[in-house]
Design a binder for this molecule. Structure first.
Ligand SMILES: Cc1ncc(C[n+]2csc(CCOP(=O)(O)OP(=O)(O)O)c2C)c(N)n1
Length: 574
């Protein structure tokens, strides 16, 4: 290590240390960085904020910042970074980290910490944060301070491994816990990009910088760590050999994934039964709601079903994508002969025997003809065993007979062209899964179904909108909204012209999902289940200067949705 003595030189060296991280993040294609203010993280914040290729967003609440990063990573398909100070700030990342881990979303957590000499000795704002998130990270490293034995090349290659593991083989959160030594910052310091040898040479030895010479000359990552190539042809061969009769599709993440599933269903000549979060409904006449498959299973003990013909023998089902909102779909699938294509996650809560192929579905696009909007001519002959499902699915097209169906129909009819949807947990996402028929122009649909928390839903929706760059409608329940009112502060990140954001708050007076638990506890002790019943959310909208309207009936909701608008909160009370 170069012997530098003055306090400002040490601070400058640490800032450059952080600038190496910022530069490498940019080279990996990281675009969005959420910075939560703090002093231990000040060098990181300063270095990242100064980088011309990174879009840095500042948010006071680490929990919301992490959920927003999750949202933008999910919708932009690139890792998003979060920078925090030490202590409880790191603990606040945990809910979003759990969601990212379970739902395979790439997140880079850069948490500032104290060096070893200040741990476990009563130093301020210090805790065992180096063990806090590890169980839910695909990679973790406790990075020593800049003035220790750790050289710049070690720092870069460690970040490279972290970013590679945030994406492959299964995406998820990764954490670098960065030990920062005082002095943290000195006066008038700004890292100058692009980083150059003479500048670094003032603070690092020639020996330390030798491995970086090539890196400094180019714009390439230090250690690119590309994923293993998978053989799409082989995967397709397995699928064809299995001869699927039906495609059952859970959530999807991207347009290439959607195109691959449509192309696959077309090439195989089978229908696709799709979850709301696949974004496939409405994309082809050959796509039906996933829960329509349940039509083939007569409900037990229902006398009117007695004379129905027995359901056909097991179907050969090709199961793709993530989870289903409707819990019965996976149970139905367990009773069929199933081949599951997975990104590496074991989404298989029934544990029924099935064949598994680990492969990314989008790679199949290379081997498939482009999808068509109409079913292939072969469909009629090859899907005979699923014909009864198609008929049932067509008959099950929801009529807006209930107010719930009417709410969904209003959004489906009046959402601006090319909108995106974020669906809050609890009843909102179920409602849309049940009643959403789909529109060809609405393909981006997301929800936090990794662990189905009702926290951070507004933040995630804003993050998703940031990545989607489309008019976005988020639908959440009242308790879900209360959980994350802080995150309305994030709305300023969205351009009102290109990305107008509508928050539809379904205020049904508390956590009404518990009324469906099927026991009397909810009616006997409603206070234990419903939570705070807030009659009017207009004050929350006022706090963040957000236009607010209330819809008492479906006509009012339709009228409000039709109006051109900027960001707004629509409270639905019917
Ligand atoms: C962080 C978190 N806490 C608690 C729960 C359990 N939970 C699931 S749904 C729900 C109530 C949600 O109420 P609301 O947002 O009003 O929606 P509604 O049930 O009325 O659709 C709760 C507390 C959860 N999923 N996540």
């Amino acid at each position: 290590m170069k012997q530098i003595s003055t306090s400002s030189s040490l601070a400058a060296r640490q800032l450059l240390w952080c600038a190496l991280l910022a530069e490498e993040c940019a080279r990996w294609g990281v675009q969005h960085v959420f910075i939560c203010p703090g002093s231990r993280s000040a060098p990181l914040a300063t270095a990242f904020a100064a980088h011309p290729a990174l879009r840095c967003h500042v948010h006071f609440d680490e929990r919301g910042a992490a959920f927003a990063a999750l949202g933008v990573a999910r919708s932009s398909l690139r890792p998003a970074a979060v920078i925090t100070t030490s202590g409880t700030a790191v603990a606040n990342l945990l809910p979003a980290v759990l969601e990212a881990y379970e739902d395979a979303v790439p997140l880079l957590l850069l948490t500032a910490d104290r060096p070893p000499e200040l741990r476990n000795c009563g130093a301020n704002q210090t805790c065992q944060q180096n063990t806090l998130l590890v169980s839910h990270c695909r990679f973790f490293f406790d990075v020593p301070p800049h003035n220790s034995v750790c050289a710049p090349a070690v720092l870069l290659s460690t970040l490279d491994e972290a970013l590679a593991k945030s994406l492959h083989p299964l995406a998820g959160p990764v954490q670098l816990n960065l030990q920062m030594r005082e002095p943290l910052l000195a006066a008038n310091m700004d890292p100058a990009y692009p980083l150059a040898l003479p500048q670094l040479g003032k603070f690092f030895t020639a020996e330390e910088l030798a491995p970086l010479r090539q890196w400094l000359r180019t714009k390439e990552c230090y250690l690119p760590l590309a994923p293993a190539v998978s053989d799409a042809q082989q995967v397709l061969q397995h699928i064809r050999h299995f001869q699927p009769q039906l495609l059952l599709c859970g959530s999807l993440r991207s347009a290439p994934q959607q195109q691959a599933v449509l192309a696959l269903s077309h090439a195989l000549g089978v229908s696709c039964f799709a979850d709301i979060c696949s974004g496939l409904r409405g994309q082809s006449t050959n796509v039906f709601a996933a829960h329509a498959v349940l039509q083939s299973a007569p409900s037990k003990g229902n006398p009117t079903e007695k004379n129905k013909p027995p359901p056909p023998a097991q179907l050969r089902v090709l199961r793709v994508g993530g989870r289903f909102i409707h819990p019965q779909v996976e149970i139905w699938c367990a009773a069929q002969l199933t081949l599951q294509l997975t990104d590496g996650r074991r989404i298989h809560p029934t544990h029924a025997p099935r064949r598994i192929l680990v492969a990314s579905i989008e790679t199949l696009l290379k081997e498939l003809p482009p999808p068509s909007l109409e079913p292939s001519p072969s469909t009629a002959t090859t899907t005979v065993p699923t014909a009864h499902l198609q008929t049932a699915a067509a008959a099950a097209v929801p009529q807006p007979h209930s107010t719930d169906a009417a709410k969904v129909a209003a959004v489906e009819t009046y959402a601006p062209y090319g909108s995106a949807l974020f669906l809050g947990n609890s009843l909102s996402v179920r409602l849309f899964d049940q009643h959403w028929r789909g529109r060809p122009d609405i393909t981006a649909i997301a929800a936090n179904r990794g662990v189905s928390g009702i926290d951070g839903n507004i933040a995630t929706a804003v993050g998703c909108a940031l990545g989607w760059q489309r008019p976005t409608i988020a639908v959440v329940g009242d308790q879900t909204a209360l959980h994350d009112l802080n995150s309305l502060a994030l709305l300023h990140l969205l351009n009102e012209q290109t990305t107008p954001f509508t928050l539809i708050l379904l205020n049904n007076g508390g956590g009404r999902i518990f009324e469906q638990l099927g026991h009397t506890a909810c009616t006997r002790h409603p206070e234990v289940f419903l939570g705070v019943q807030l009659k009017d959310f207009s004050a929350a909208a006022r706090l963040w200067d957000l236009p607010y309207r209330r819809a008492h009936n479906v006509q009012e909701l339709a009228r409000l949705l039709k109006k051109p608008h900027h960001h707004r909160l629509l409270e639905v009370t019917f």
